[in-house]
Design a protein around this ligand. Structure first.
Ligand SMILES: Nc1ncnc2[nH]cnc12
Ligand SMILES: [Zn+2]
Length: 339
């Protein structure tokens, strides 16, 4: 298919994004603007030199730069601007529903109050719902390189805002920080009514995916690339319809795979796994939702049935109500029937 035609098909698909770190959507232009108004000097002298620094050999090299970038976020308005910039961008790509992560500990450990972070993010999400008609869920992620005790403090700090936080996640350095390290805080989070997800099997082994399912009781897995090495795990994911939120451009940027044509998403769809695709940290990896669709489809020669399935899976795996899911899935089907 011609590139222009494919791009316009992708643009028209009603989409849901379920794996997006708000701090990972911090574009260098906005980072410079926020740094300037907060009187913080960035270790870069231009936007070009920031982009030049975005070359990673693994997850940790990325995380070091990602946490450094987030240091300029201080005030409620900063968190609002970050979130609003993301929403306007995905609105232009026909994204209808988002379930976004934020990393409270990245900010609270610098002395930014939880309240400041959440109020800025929430105000932007509400504006997005009202003005851009993008529905949303908000997920607070625990940083797995920190202790479970620290995660408990974060859980405690979140409780006054329980009504506007839908779930908890687990992110940051995976190797050496298995899901089981957070068994108690996930249990306590579930008791507070939070839904549960976790990054697992991005760089870590399939065993971490089992732990996320059996020990943390998560409802879906973020990444999960490594599941294909374990037949029994694939069967479990298929039988229980446990979705994987895959991030193709992230996987190439962080060398989880060497090239896009090695991406496991086609095999996963063919095995019946509820695979979905998302952008993870688009400001760092150079691709929002449309670009993730485009690169995956072209590298793996995905057909229209695959593409339709990816779009449906994202709504299916979302935390929308059954009737909201049905409405979106009907829209996706009508769209594909019309092309
Ligand atoms: N891809 C990723 N893996 C783990 N933690 C993250 N935090 C932001 N992006 C991440
Ligand atoms: Zn992620």
């Amino acid at each position: 298919m011609e590139s222009f035609k494919l791009q316009s098909i992708i643009q028209g698909i009603p989409k849901a994004e379920l794996h997006l770190h708000l701090e990972g959507s911090f574009e260098p232009e906005l980072m410079f603007q926020v740094a300037k108004r907060n009187n913080i000097t960035l270790p870069y002298d231009s936007i070009e030199s920031v982009k030049e620094a975005y070359k990673f050999n693994n997850l940790q090299e990325f995380l070091d730069i990602y946490y450094a970038g987030a240091q300029v976020l201080l005030h409620e308005q900063d968190f609002f601007d970050l979130t609003w910039a993301y929403l306007t961008k995905v609105h232009s790509e026909n994204v209808r529903h988002v379930e976004v992560f934020f990393d409270p500990q990245t900010h609270t450990e610098r002395g930014v109050p939880f309240e400041v972070i959440i109020k800025g993010i929430h105000r932007a999400l509400e504006k997005g719902k009202n003005e851009l008609h993008i529905s949303y869920k908000l997920i607070m992620s625990y940083l797995r390189h920190l202790s479970e005790e620290d995660a408990f403090k974060t859980l405690e700090a979140s409780l006054p805002f329980k009504d506007i936080i839908d779930g908890v996640g687990l992110d940051s350095s995976e190797k050496g920080n298995p899901p089981s390290k957070f068994k108690n805080v996930f249990k306590a989070s579930a008791m507070q009514g939070y839904r549960l997800v976790a990054h697992a099997g991005e760089e870590g082994p399939a065993a971490y995916i089992w732990e996320a399912l059996d020990i943390l009781n998560v409802a879906r897995i973020d990444h999960g690339n490594r599941c294909l090495t374990d037949k029994a795990l694939v069967k479990r994911l298929v039988d229980e319809k446990i979705a994987l939120t895959l991030c193709p451009t992230s996987n190439v940027a962080l060398k989880v795979i060497q090239k896009m044509d090695e991406h496991p998403v086609a095999k996963m769809l063919d095995k019946g796994i509820v695979a979905t695709i998302h952008s993870d940290d688009p400001a760092y990896f150079g691709g929002y939702m449309n670009e993730n669709y485009y690169q995956t489809i072209t590298a793996l020669n995905l057909n229209l049935n695959h593409i339709r399935q990816l779009a449906i899976n994202a709504f299916e795996a979302s935390w929308l109500s059954a009737s909201e899911k049905e409405k979106h899935i009907n829209e996706v089907n009508n769209y594909f029937d019309s092309i």
